[in-house]
Design a protein around this ligand. Sequence first.
Ligand SMILES: *Cc1c(COP(=O)(O)O)cnc(C)c1O
Length: 455
Amino acid sequence: MTTPAPHSDELFARAKVVTPGGVNSPVRAFNAVGGTPRFITSAQGAWLTDADGREYVDLIASWGPMLLGHAHPEVLAAVQSAVARGTSYGTPTVPEVELAEEIVARTSVEQVRFVSSGTEATMSAIRLARGFTGRDVIVKFAGCYHGHVDSLLASAGSGLATFAVPGTPGVPESSTALTLVLPYNDRAAVEATFAEHGDRIAALITEAAPGNMGIVPPEYVEAEGSTGGGAPRVGFNQFLSQTCARHGALFISDEVMTGFRAASQGQWGLDGSVEGWAPDLTTFGKVMGGGFPAAAFGGRADVMAHLSPEGPVYQAGTLSGNPVATTAGLTTLRLATDEVYAHITEAGETVKQGVADALGAAGVAHTIQSNGTMFSVFFSDGPVRNFDEANAQDLPRFNAFFNAMLDAGVHLPPSAYETWFLSSAHDDRAVQTILDALPGAARAAAAVPTPEGES
Ligand SMILES: *Cc1c(COP(=O)(O)O)cnc(C)c1O
C-alpha cells in the first residue's frame, strides 16, 4: 500500500460532503459530546478498532443488538453459509419460520410478522391496532422513543390529555393530531386520559421499559388490598394493560430495545410472565436481528389475523424476513442462554460499582438505574422516573466524562440519555479497562466549572 489509510478526521470531513452531518443516524455525529466520531473499521468480541488503529472497549454494542459481542464465530459461520446460498429471494424461506418459532416460544406473542427496522415495526403495529379497533387515537409517553414514525415524533400539547404537536419539522400537525403524550410512570395521567378519550383510543404504545431516556424502570406498587410481605404487585405495564383492556384499546409493548436484552424473554419475562398478563402487540428489533436489519411485530393471533393477506390491514416489505438477517437473528437467539444474561448481569454489577465509586469519590452527582440486565448513568441526583427528571442532568459534566473515557479507550454511547450496553464478550480484560478509565474520567467531569448562579 502506498497511500496511508485515511483517519477518522479525514473520513468525517469526506462524509460531511456527501451525507448530512457526515452520519446516517444523528447520534453518531458526536454533536452532543463534541469532537470527531470514530470511524470503526473492525470489531471483535468486546472491542472496536478505529481507522487510526486505536482500540476501544465497546459499550454501544450497535445500540443493543450485539448481545454476544462482535463477530461471534458461530453467528459468523451461520451467516457465511446463508450468504453462500444467495442473499434474498423474495419468497418464503426456512430461517424466517424458525426465527418466528423461536420468538413465539420465548415471548408472549402468538404470531409475528418480520420487517426490516424497529421504526417499521412500531409503525405497522399502530396501523394494525387502528385497523383492528376501528379507532384513531394513539397514546404514548414523553421520552419513549419508537423510531422515527411521524405520529410518534410528537411532543405533549399544552395540557394533560390535549393532543400532541409535531416533535420535528416535516411532521404535519395532522400526523400528531391523533397522538396524546403523557408523563411516564404517571398512573393518574393515564386514568384521566382514558376517562376523557377512552372510546377513541386505538392503542397505547410504550417502551416496555424505557431505555431511550436512560433507563427508567416501570414502577411497581403493591396490589390493592394486599397486606404486604410477598404481596402481589401491580407493575406500571400491568396497569397500562388493564387500563387499555377496560377501554377496548390495544396495549403495544415496544421491546425493540429490551427484547432478548433486558432478560432472555425481554421485559415481559420480568413483569407480564410473573404477573400473569401479556401485551396485545409487541415490537422487536435490535438483538433479534443479530446485527442485521431485522425487526418484527407480533401478538394475539386474533389481532394478527387482521393483517394482509389473512385480513384487510395492508403491510408488506421487499426484504422482510431476509434469509441472511433471520439466520443471524436465529443463531444469536439460540446462543442467548441464561449464562449469557448471567454474565452480562455480573459484568454490569462490576461496572456499576466502579462508576459509583469513581463519581462518588470525585463528588459528581449521579444516579445509576437498572432494569433487568440493562443500566444507565444519569449525571444528576435521582431517582429518575420520567423524561422531565431525565432532563435534569448536568450535560457538560457527562460530556467531559465521555471524552475522557474515549481517550482512555472506552467507547460509551455519545449521549447522556443512553443505555450502556454490555455483551457476553465483555471479559475481565474489557471490564478492567473500563474500571481503570473511570477515576480519571470522573475527575474530568468534576473539573467542569459550575455555571454561575448554581451551587
Ligand atoms: C431502536 C428503537 C426503535 C427503532 O428501531 P430502528 O431499527 O432504529 O428503526 C424503536 N423502539 C425502541 C424502543 C428502540 O429502542
